[in-house]
Design a protein around this ligand. Structure first.
Ligand SMILES: Nc1nc2c(ncn2[C@@H]2O[C@H](COP(=O)(O)OP(=O)(O)OP(=O)(O)O)[C@@H](O)[C@H]2O)c(=O)[nH]1
Ligand SMILES: [Mg+2]
Length: 379
């Protein structure tokens, strides 16, 4: 009876900046109780999702990258999941940071969580020329995947439906990563010891997860197991195996992280499709018309015509000035010099000055022509 009256509860998990707050608001209508997680000053937000007449408690977990014991936020998230056992954890995955997001998703699955994936920011991924085959992702990790755009609300109603469905159809995928034969054998041995010697612990956590954490040397879990009556036996066994494995694969914690990451990369490679970005700018459009081998001809002829008109018309006052200065003023000045023989003044005025003047008159035209040409070239 008590179990039946227990309020259904879901949690939102995700790496920082994945759109968790926006999704929380979209699910709860933005109304939230805000406080702190017990004993720490990390903000805790709780709201209510109302769907199909049901009221579901929504808890916002801190933004985290994995579920280690190294950070307070990660410990908060995993302790909440283990102690409070939310019916569903919505893991918000960033479509533009799939690797880090999926690392967290796999860590949640290994913890035996009933996960659904909210593949958020699909709009940004598409803009970057990246499409994610979410159906394939779904089949590879064995849990539902719902694409969303938190900023516009796209996909949110399907996310709500998926949450309701997942509450009734628990899917667990603790063996999502294969750690290789020798490590898997060690995991199985520790798992058996846990199930035999600490059955209560195995009810709370998946035994495989505890085994993994003992092999990784997770301080929180080592501490918890040590406190149990049969804890020492389990820890001794794990340490023995750690030592043997350490000689074969090197540092076990790094090895385990690396294997998990390789699985993530395998999944990412299988689901990400790079698509050409169709981003036609105004410049591209104009270029394609203006440089077309047939359509471009009238544009080229018009441009040359305008260039000539620009050169002649803009330079006309300057050319006139040069003409007046040389062909009239200078010409008359030389002719007016007293004492010069007629043949010499005529040679200078009508020959040298008129000749140079005829060329100089064109100088402004040429200068403006090149100016116009330079402008055209830059455009
Ligand atoms: N284009 C686009 N932007 C998004 C989407 N989801 C979130 N954002 C933007 O991403 C930024 C982070 O969103 P938040 O909701 O604050 O993310 P968060 O996970 O709560 O971030 P932290 O609490 O800081 O870790 C904001 O600027 C959002 O507008 C999405 O689907 N599409
Ligand atoms: Mg936030």
């Amino acid at each position: 009876m008590a179990r039946e009256s227990r309020r259904v509860k879901i949690a939102l998990a995700g790496i920082p900046n994945v759109g968790k707050s926006l999704i929380f608001n979209r699910l709860t209508g933005g109304r939230a109780w805000v406080g702190n997680w017990p004993g720490v000053t990390v903000e805790k937000k709780v709201g209510t999702l109302r769907v199909n007449g049901a009221e579901i408690k929504v808890v916002d977990l801190p933004g985290i990258y994995s579920l280690t014991a190294y950070s307070v936020d990660e410990l908060i998230a995993r302790n909440f999941i283990v102690e409070e056992k939310p019916d569903v954890v919505v893991c918000i995955v960033s479509a533009i940071n799939l690797e880090r997001s999926l690392y967290l998703a796999l860590s949640l699955l290994e913890l035996g969580v009933n996960v659904i994936i909210d593949l958020n920011m699909v709009d940004l991924a598409e803009k970057e020329g990246c499409r994610i085959d979410y159906k394939k992702l779904e089949s590879l990790i064995g849990v539902p995947v719902v694409p969303t755009v938190a900023t516009t609300g796209q996909g949110i109603s399907r996310l709500k439906e998926a949450i309701v469905k997942a509450i009734h159809e628990k899917k667990v995928q603790v063996r999502i990563v294969d750690y290789g034969k020798i490590v898997e054998e060690a995991i199985s041995k520790i798992e058996e010891a846990i199930k035999d010697l600490a059955p209560k612990l195995a009810e709370k956590y998946p035994a495989r997860w505890i085994a993994l954490k003992l092999l990784e040397g997770d301080s929180d879990i080592v501490g918890k197991v040590s406190k149990l009556p049969a804890g020492k036996e389990i820890i001794d066994k794990a340490n023995q195996l750690r030592e043997v494995l350490g000689k074969k694969v090197g540092d076990l914690e790094s090895y385990i992280v690396k294997q998990r990451y390789e699985r993530v990369l395998e999944i990412v490679k299988a689901v990400v499709e790079k698509v050409a970005v169709l981003r036609v700018s105004m410049t591209d459009l104009l270029d394609s018309v203006l440089t077309h081998k047939i359509v471009g001809i009238p544009f080229a002829l018009s441009a040359i015509y305008l260039l000539f008109r620009f050169a002649f018309e803009v330079s006309a006052p300057l050319a006139d000035l040069v003409d007046v200065a040389i062909n009239s003023y200078l010409h008359d000045l030389v002719l007016g010099i007293h004492g010069l023989p007629d043949w010499l003044s005529s040679f200078l005025a009508d020959g040298v000055i008129a000749g140079v003047g005829a060329v100089l008159v064109f100088l402004p035209v040429i200068a403006f022509f090149f100016l116009g040409f330079a402008i055209l070239e830059d455009v």
